[in-house]
Design a protein around this ligand. Structure first.
Ligand SMILES: Nc1ncnc2c1ncn2[C@@H]1O[C@H](COP(=O)(O)OP(=O)(O)OP(=O)(O)O)[C@@H](O)[C@H]1O
Ligand SMILES: [Mg+2]
Length: 247
């Protein structure tokens, strides 16, 4: 069980201020998505949470414990899947489990099968397409033992159909285990379908300019995306984002 808090976070690269006193919170078992223009600082936020970057100011807390600059506290799927080229698909997906306990290879194989990668367990990353690599990284993040998961555009390289399958699968797992999730996407429908809350970021510097509560009942199925209520929510968020892009 995990709660994440970003308090007063600032981050600059040289003269460029990306985040300026950003506050953000993900409650225990909550699914929160970040939507915002390209270059607004979403991946930077993830790098800070994952401990890859150090914030200039502010505190990042996981269950009330400061984790600034600390790696390994959360499960983190970066925007560009970073797989080890010398490890097979199966060896890659059990990597983060391995650091903590003996990996359950059977479970890993079942998850690879679910992700449509059954025949590739013993292949190496260079033998996979971009979308397949992305799914390997996704499976790895789901297998990680940490109960807080950060997913940075996990489905961006997938075709519509595979993407929907992965979204539904993610929801099934999320409903069973209720990890806390922070999710980045450019796809408004995906954000509404998955989330409890959507935060829209403005840029330069990034801040949460609007928050949407998504209270469609769960479990959710794809018919939801065709309802009037869903389309109205989509329109509302679309207009907010368009406002940000025109700023
Ligand atoms: N290591 C770095 N050094 C210098 N500038 C950086 C670094 N990392 C990110 N930036 C800058 O910070 C800004 C935000 O980048 P970031 O990757 O966080 O955006 P993003 O919201 O994830 O965009 P996208 O939606 O395109 O993935 C960009 O202007 C980028 O050039
Ligand atoms: Mg990014």
């Amino acid at each position: 069980m995990s709660t994440l808090e970003l308090e007063n976070i600032s981050k600059s690269f040289g003269e460029l201020t990306i985040l300026d006193h950003l506050d953000l919170r993900v409650n225990d078992g909550e699914f929160v998505s970040l939507l915002g223009p390209s270059g607004s600082g979403k991946s930077t936020i993830f790098h800070l949470i994952g401990g890859l970057y150090q914030a200039d100011h502010g505190t990042i807390r996981l269950d009330n414990e400061a984790i600034n600059g600390k790696k390994g506290s959360i499960s983190y799927m970066p925007q560009t899947p970073s797989l080890f080229p010398w490890r097979t698909v199966l060896e890659n997906v059990v990597l983060s489990v391995e650091l903590h306990q003996k990996p359950d290879k059977q479970k890993a194989l079942e998850m690879l099968e679910r992700a449509g990668l059954k025949d590739y367990a013993n292949a190496y990353p260079h033998e996979l397409s971009g979308g397949m690599r992305q799914r390997v990284a996704f499976v790895r993040s789901l297998l990680s033992p940490q109960s807080f998961i950060c997913l940075d555009e996990p489905f961006s390289a997938l075709d519509e159909f595979t993407r929907l399958e992965m979204q539904k699968w993610l929801l099934t797992i999320w409903e069973q285990e209720r990890p806390s999730v922070l999710f980045v996407t450019h796809n408004i429908e995906e954000a509404i379908f998955l989330s409890d809350r959507i935060l829209v970021l403005g840029s330069k510097p990034a801040n949460v300019i609007k928050e949407f509560t998504i209270d469609f009942k769960r479990p959710r199925n794809e018919e939801l995306t065709l309802t009037q209520e869903f389309l109205e929510k989509k329109k509302e968020i679309y207009q907010t984002l368009r406002g940000v892009l025109n700023d």
